[in-house]
Ligand binder design. Sequence first.
Ligand code: FAD
Length: 399
Amino acid sequence: MQEYDVIIAGGGPAGSTAATLLCQYGYKVLMLERGQHPRFHIGESMMPHIEPIMNRLGIDWGRGNLRKSGADFIHEKTGRSLYFPLLGQYQTFQIERSVFDHKLFKHALAQGVEGHQNEKVTAVAFAEEAVHVTSNASSYKGRYFIDATGRSVLMGRKFSGVKRIKNLGQFALYQHYQLEDSADVDELYAMGNVKILLVDIGWLWIIPLTGKRLSVGLVVQNPAKTEITSDELFELYVNSSPLLTQFLKESTVLSPIQAEADFSYINNRRYGERYACCGDAAGFLDPIFSSGFFFALKTAEMIADRLHQGFVNGQEADPELHSVDDSIYKTGFNTMHLLIDRFYRSNLVENLIYEFERHDRIKKELTALLAGDLWSEGNLFQQGLLKGRRSAIFLDEKR
Ligand SMILES: Cc1cc2nc3c(=O)[nH]c(=O)nc-3n(C[C@H](O)[C@H](O)[C@H](O)COP(=O)(O)OP(=O)(O)OC[C@H]3O[C@@H](n4cnc5c(N)ncnc54)[C@H](O)[C@@H]3O)c2cc1C
């Protein structure tokens, strides 16, 4: 049986990040990916605070990606709109995930990670001194196991720890287009911003990608009781938007309409003896503020750093190895959840974002949070959010 220091299930952004960092520390790492890169993945709009992690990985993330400076929140019915700048000390981008996730995976391999594709992890068993990982192709022995299986939530399901988060977006429908040149399209690509269109049943994203491709998605939080199919629903909302009609005038559809549902959950068994979960395998929130990819990289980074410390101190089997980092994660996850909750339930955009000119401090503090700066001291807006803790995820959590 082949032996490794760390075995990682999942070769998405979280898996590739954890693998690269652990390899940089000098460990023997195996990463098993059930799919084959390049593979399609939704989730294209990035937060600026991803950048320091990219720097650590050694990835030039600006190459081939479209620069984004912020978000436009647009309410076409009322005619209100606001540009929300996101840039501070870091830059950010809109990325084509199939290309970028492949780049991260190849980069991990180039650093020395052993990576297998088309190999699905089917079982994980813990013994006193080791972890035994079984895939559809082979069996492996490791000193530690990292679950980066995304929404498959391998360990969460194994230990029945997955808990749905209610009242956020219920499902998303999306499609990709190839646009033709026009003055409006040129302006969209010159700015590179994500546009959020607010509609009665939820919201739409408009994400420009390099090569004049466009990602459009409808997130439904409050489905209308109609008999129409999801494809018809998507087309109804796309066709009712003057802005989208303008952009898509001469476009070609690149993919069928795709759907994702039940994407808001937390895994209450995020770590334990000889294992930890990162990225979507730890939890995921509604995509409104584009926090998924950031959390994927951040949790992978925290796990890699702590595990290194654990190995150095001979404490890698300590079931509480990640408890301090997990409290940090909870603060960030709770903050994002509370913001998203307010987006849906208290009309955050109308009541706060559109009124920004009157609230300069809040504007700065909210901008920092939406850029991914979730752990700085002195953010009074964040402190207020967390203090109220109305509907915070981790209030009644039992691990
Ligand atoms: C509708 C929607 C829109 C989104 N939009 C955004 C956005 O704009 N910005 C943003 O930041 N985030 C967005 N996200 C979230 C973002 O895509 C995810 O948070 C991110 O992909 C998480 O990375 P990950 O590595 O944890 O998981 P993934 O990217 O899903 O990678 C997990 C990998 O594990 C593999 N795998 C699964 N099971 C196994 C197994 N048993 N064995 C081996 N391999 C396995 C999978 O094939 C996959 O490649 C969105 C999500 C949704 C649902």
